[in-house]
Write a protein that binds this ligand. Structure first.
Ligand code: EPU
Length: 436
């Protein structure tokens, strides 16, 4: 397990080259596990990523009486929910824990769940989630850091719900709650992220009838029978794939990214292709060649899917440093997600300014140094900067990387990157903890 002293020692200045196999999606599995909790029997998720966020989910499930058994890329779920109250221990580690409000409400009509944790990337309110619950006649209050919800009538009736913003988590919670309603629910202005579609496919296999997932209007017809858990393959992680895509391009490397769904990556592929990187899209892989390219500056605005994902914005910012000209980066989804730029200034990045349109001047020389990542994407974007920089860097924040990147260092090493996991004793290599 990574400690606060653990860091990655990165030797930069080398183009990446080779193949990388993408694991199952972090954000999907964090929604699929709560969805599984609505059913009885045994369900198996395959293509599961081996990441510490799944360990946190295991802790949460343990508190409500459900077993989650991990074996490499397979996660088995069995047992029935016995309790409707969660403690802070595991909930505070991940944002997706707020989906247990939906799970417990669907099961018991009442729930007590601490405010969820997750990355510190700005204010992350849950007002849209609570608005959804209110539409079903569920009253909520936040007391001493706990969200307490209770339905005035249980089971509650299906509803027509318009979301003021297509929040991913609120759409997922709405689908969970609607799965136990009496009658149909329609969600308007729903999130269209691939993870929503993945969750809908699983819930349909368990007996719910959901149509329209992946569009702004989702219809949910509950089953009149008990939901039964099903086996399901987790979709590939589009954000992990996007990370390697930007890394290969920014280091002017060449390689193949395998086990992906190209449609999930259209925005990133388009931005990099327009910037001058050669990308060939195959059925489930991408072939990238950025050798000898002059990279044109990029204009990015992070938007809900199918727009450019906020979770790839830090990598786009680092990529912009290698472009010939000034790039502009806008992120109103997580407006405070620019901490990586402050760290990059330690490497010698001077020409940048944060505003509603963040400007980054390209062709800036970076020099290796000690860096501290305080959230998952930030920490990985600092590794990316260290790969471009001249000399050696230390990147702290390994615990954040292990939250969502399966075998990150091994995958980078396979691409020829000189990256080593270090414990506080300089040459002790620590091994990424496998999900037990
Ligand atoms: N928002 C509200 N009120 C709400 C809910 C959301 O104002 O009730 C705002 C948020 O503050 C934020 C925006 O809406 O500004 C987007 O939030 P959303 O609810 O869509 O995001 P989420 O469900 O909390 C998921 C991913 C994030 C990803 C966002 C946006 C998971 C576990 N997390 O979070 O992933 O950034 O969608 O795509 O699925 C990451 O993987 O690094 C990550 C942070």
């Amino acid at each position: 397990m990574a400690t606060n002293e653990s860091y990655l020692r990165v030797n930069g200045g080398k183009a990446l080259k080779g193949e990388v196999e993408i694991s199952g999606s972090k954000n999907s599995i964090l929604a699929l596990i709560p969805a599984m909790c609505l059913g009885d029997g045994e369900g198996v998720l395959t293509n599961a990523p081996v990441i510490s966020d799944v360990d946190a989910m295991k802790g949460i499930l343990g508190e409500i009486g459900i077993q989650l058994i991990c074996n490499h890329s397979t996660v088995k779920i069995k047992g029935n929910i016995k309790y409707n109250v969660l403690s802070k221990q595991y909930v505070s580690q991940i944002r997706a824990s707020n989906l247990f409000l939906g799970v417990l409400l669907a099961k018991f009509g009442k729930a007590v769940v601490p405010l969820s944790g997750g990355d510190k990337i700005g204010n992350r309110p849950i007002d849209i989630h609570l608005y959804v619950f209110e539409k079903f006649g569920i009253q909520s209050e936040v007391v001493d850091g706990y969200v307490k919800c209770k339905a005035t009538h249980f089971p509650y009736q299906g509803q027509n719900i318009f979301l003021r913003f297509p929040s991913v988590g609120a759409t997922e919670n709405a689908m969970l709650v609607a799965s136990a309603a009496e009658g149909e629910t329609v969600i308007y202005n729903a999130a269209m992220e691939p993870e929503i579609v993945d969750m809908a496919i699983l819930l349909n296999s368990m007996g719910v009838k959901i149509t329209g997932a992946g569009t702004p209007v989702i219809r949910i017809k509950p089953s009149d029978k008990r939901l039964i858990r099903a086996d399901h393959e987790v979709i590939p992680d589009r954000l992990e794939a996007g990370t390697f895509l930007f890394m290969l391009a920014a280091t002017k490397g060449t390689g193949i990214i395998k086990n992906i769904i190209p449609e999930h990556l259209v925005s990133a592929i388009t931005i990099l292709s327009d910037s001058g990187v050669s990308i060939k899209t195959m059925e489930n892989s991408l072939h990238i060649d950025a050798r000898n390219c002059e990279l044109k500056p990029i204009q990015i605005e992070a938007l809900p899917f199918p727009g450019f994902p906020t979770d790839l914005q830090p990598f786009a910012s680092v990529y912009a440093l290698n472009c010939n000209g000034t790039s502009t980066i806008k992120d109103t989804i997580h407006s405070e997600r620019f901490n990586h730029l402050h760290e990059l200034s330690k490497m010698g990045m001077v020409n940048w300014s944060i505003s509603s349109n963040t400007m980054i001047q390209g062709m800036q020389k970076l020099t290796g140094t000690s860096l501290n990542g305080t959230d998952i994407r930030m920490a990985v974007s600092l590794v990316m900067a260290a790969l471009i920089a001249e000399g050696e860097s230390r990147v702290y924040g390994l615990n954040h990387i292990l939250r969502g990147y399966d075998n990150f260092v091994q995958k980078l090493n396979k691409l020829g990157a000189e990256v080593v996991i270090m414990d506080k004793e300089p040459y002790d290599i620590i091994v990424q903890m496998q999900c037990m």
